[in-house]
Design a binder for this molecule. Structure first.
Ligand code: PMT
Length: 405
């Protein structure tokens, strides 16, 4: 369940910091992206080099590092994570958190985050038992922060008692539990979604193909938004240069027939969104070797119709998704053509967009869409493809919850 998740790990100053190196490895083995903040005191126990070598990412250390602020400020750092983990959490950092201090990168990121926070305290037994630390621990728990440990046993200082950072497997179990709880609260938790994106390529011969201008930006943004809303999301995509969205299972295909097979393999699901620009036709007979000019007249390419994935999913007698959403890419009579497409293919909703030259819909970062449902046509304002994806996801969540207008 951790695959695709992003964790911001804050390593504070304590002998238990060495366990955090193992934690990074174990999390990465599970497909987690780990970004680390190493406090000044933490760097006395583990080196930035070992942390960055293990995480494969730059280590963040200084609040006033101008390059970081330009490129990845503390706000982004604290928000671009599904969970913030502090391990080890020292008495000092806990006190800062409880008091709302923000005088270094770790405390500032902790104050700025809008994500759940889990901490693994580690300190001397007397420090842990001190009324001040106990007050801070109670304040943090009341603020919704999850405290894991400390465990009892031999302490690095030679004393025995409660103060050891919990072992890495217990920390991972707590992280899984905390993230699981977060996911359960999301609007599409427990739902399965299928999204198609990008162009298809229909081979003419081993070196040539028919395709179109789809970049995959809109479809990928939708898959990312559905996953962020808690849906277990499969993205079936043609060739694009878009990065795989986090937390999404990606199936790469080339042709329309491969896309259909991958979609059928992803069933059953609750939501299907067909944003891919699928080639309507393919070459009837793909040449087995590169076609040559040979001085004669150009070849004529006979074409046959491809299967229609949207229509197949919409009209399936078995495993039809509860909500099937198609797109209509039109260069003229947008609403009229989209209305006919919705009726012909029998999908529930159609998102209509104008792809005529000059609109920038293909490949651009923005889109102007119209949502066609049983209730009529909604004209959405021009916005980023990410905003279109979020708005569509919110509508889908409301529809499935029966709370849409
Ligand atoms: O990828 P971008 O650069 O971000 O651009 C986004 C987009 C313009 C590609 C996207 O917003 C969009 O409109 N996608 C649908 C493109 C398309 O093929 O539209 P269409 O009107 O030809 O097809 C109608 C619907 O049937 C679509 O949902 C399409 O995915 C589906 N279809 C079409 C043919 C086919 N053989 N199988 C299908 O499933």
């Amino acid at each position: 369940m951790l695959a695709g998740k992003r964790i911001l790990l804050i390593i504070a100053g304590g002998i238990a910091a060495y366990k955090s190196l193992d934690l990074i490895r174990r999390l990465m083995d599970r497909g987690v992206t780990v970004r680390c903040i190493l406090t000044k005191a933490g760097a006395e126990f583990v080196t930035p080099l070992s942390v960055s070598a293990l995480s494969g990412e730059k280590v963040y250390q200084d609040l006033f590092d101008l390059t970081d602020e330009a490129d990845m400020g503390h706000i982004r750092l604290s928000r671009e994570a599904d969970l913030v983990v502090v391990a080890p959490a020292t008495a000092d950092l806990m006190a800062k958190m409880a008091g709302g201090h923000a005088n270094d990168l770790a405390s500032t990121a902790l104050l700025a985050t809008d994500k759940p926070v889990l901490i693994a305290p580690a300190m001397n037994v007397e420090m842990w038992g001190h009324p001040a630390t106990q007050r801070n621990a109670a304040t943090l728990a009341a603020d919704g922060i999850t405290l894991v440990g400390p465990a009892a046993g031999d302490l690095a200082c030679g004393e025995v008692g409660q103060g050891r950072m919990v072992e890495v497997p217990d920390l991972i179990a707590a992280i899984e539990e905390r993230l699981g709880r977060t996911i359960k609260d999301l609007p599409l938790a427990g739902k399965k979604a299928l999204v198609t994106s990008g162009p298809t390529r229909e081979a003419i011969d081993p070196v040539r193909y028919l395709s179109n201008h789809s970049s995959g930006k809109q479809g990928h943004a939708i898959a990312a938004a559905l996953a962020a809303a808690g849906a277990e999301t499969t993205l079936v995509t043609g060739p694009t240069s878009e990065p795989d969205p986090l937390g999404v299972s990606v199936v790469n295909i080339e042709s329309a027939r491969e896309m259909l097979a991958a979609c059928e393999a992803a069933l059953p699901c609750d939501i299907a969104i067909c944003a891919a620009a699928v080639a309507d036709w393919r070459i009837a007979e793909e040449a087995g070797s590169k076609m040559k000019k040979n001085g004669g007249s150009p070849p004529s390419l006979a074409m046959v119709e491809n299967p229609d994935i949207l229509a197949t999913l919409s009209q399936a007698s078995k495993n039809r998704p509860a909500l099937v959403v198609g797109f209509a890419a039109e260069t003229n009579d947008l609403i009229d053509n989209a209305t006919k497409k919705r009726a012909r293919k029998q999908c529930d909703w159609i998102v209509a967009n104008d792809v005529s030259s000059g609109t920038g819909t293909f490949g651009g970062d923005e889109n102007t869409v119209h949502l066609l449902t049983d209730e009529g046509v909604e004209d959405w304002p021009r916005s980023s493809k990410a905003a279109v994806a979020s708005q569509l996801t919110a509508r889908i969540a409301a529809k499935l919850a029966g709370t849409d207008a």
